[in-house]
Design a protein around this ligand. Structure first.
Ligand code: ASP
Length: 342
């Protein structure tokens, strides 16, 4: 659904990738580059001394929650967290508005994940501090798209290529996978892109997202097979079947074996492609996801994405709280310890 949120800057919620233009996207990426020594724990920063993050995850998460929380801690802030409905007052019937008003009274910024589309925007309406959408049902996942585009840019640059003019295959559950909705919209800020899509039946990309890209001048082509989708592309972005958002019958109807594996990339003559995935990868048999036999391929970028997530989430907090890079540098020192194995 299209929303009219203001550009993402100091004191603003981050609810959708539609809050980015090429300009504020580049500023966020510059900030993400600048905090790299802190993200890599080569330096220790206290710029957010005294600041409190309220982390509310009403849906399962490993990476997103831990990387948001680690990002805030890396900047010297503190974190309070609640996970799931069972241990929150929502289990007692408390409304989103009341929960949000209460927790924003304890925090300087909130990060919220919730299973219902549009629910994080409801949190934002009642909050007295900036709210960051960490995934609202099948809606959006803006911080994931930001780290995906940041990673893709770096992976392409290492091959002397750019996002402008690139060819990207997006495959898997494109209907319920919110990361691909945010990704396609955010990538649409670039020029002359070619998307090739492959999704099992009933998991096709929503028309709204497809039109979003097409009306901005990009080509969107639907392929008949994964091999056709990945042939000749610069990068492949795979996403798992979002079983929690559909019946088991639908989840298994057209999903047997692997979504993408080494042999398929070999058949498409594209073993060098950049390979991305928001993770988690469903590694159970017949899960119809990215197989682990691609893990030794040179283009595997899935763990670069997770590492880069820290930089991006630090940059999101710094932007929302109005902290510039000079303030970060003034409060950063070299670490006095080593975190390496002998
Ligand atoms: N971690 C991503 C999300 O929360 C992708 C996934 O769960 O498949 O949307």
């Amino acid at each position: 659904m299209a929303h009219d949120y203001p550009p993402f800057e100091q004191g603003r919620h981050l609810l959708s990738v539609s809050q980015f233009s090429s300009k504020n996207l580049q500023s966020l990426f510059d900030l993400a580059d600048a905090v790299d020594p802190i993200a890599k724990r080569q330096a220790v920063c206290t710029v957010l001394d005294g600041a409190m993050l309220g982390s509310l995850f009403f849906e399962p998460s490993t990476r997103t929650r831990l990387s948001f929380e680690s990002a805030f801690l890396r900047l010297g802030g503190e974190v309070t967290t609640t996970t799931g409905f069972t241990f929150s007052s929502m289990a007692k019937g408390e409304s989103i508005a009341d929960t949000s008003r209460v927790v924003s009274g304890y925090s300087d910024v909130l990060v919220v994940r919730h299973p219902d589309e549009g629910s994080v925007a409801q949190f934002a309406e009642a909050s007295t501090v900036p709210v960051v959408n960490a995934g609202d049902g099948a809606g959006e996942h803006p911080s994931q798209a930001l780290l995906d585009v940041y990673t893709l840019d770096k992976e392409l640059a290492s091959r002397s290529k750019r996002i402008d003019g690139s060819h990207v295959a997006i495959i898997g559950d494109l209907k319920y996978g919110r990361t691909v909705h945010s990704l396609i919209k955010l990538m649409s800020l670039y020029s002359d892109l070619h998307f090739s899509l492959f999704a099992p039946m009933s998991m096709e990309l929503p028309d709204e997202v497809r039109k979003y890209a097409e009306t901005r001048g990009h080509e969107v082509r639907v392929a008949d097979s994964v091999i056709e989708a990945v042939r000749g592309v610069d990068a492949v972005y795979a996403t798992r079947v979002q079983r929690e958002r559909m019946t088991e019958e639908l989840a298994t109807a057209n999903t047997q074996g692997d979504l993408l594996n080494w042999a398929m990339l070999a058949e498409a003559d594209n073993l060098d492609a950049i390979i991305m995935h928001p993770l988690p990868r469903d590694s159970r048999p017949n899960s119809f996801d990215l197989a682990s036999d691609v893990d030794d391929l040179p283009g595997l970028a899935i763990f670069h994405q997770t590492d880069n997530g820290l930089n991006i989430r630090m940059a999101i907090f710094l932007t929302a709280l109005g902290v510039n890079i000079e303030a970060v540098q003034l409060t950063t020192k070299q670490r006095p310890w080593k975190a390496t194995l002998r």
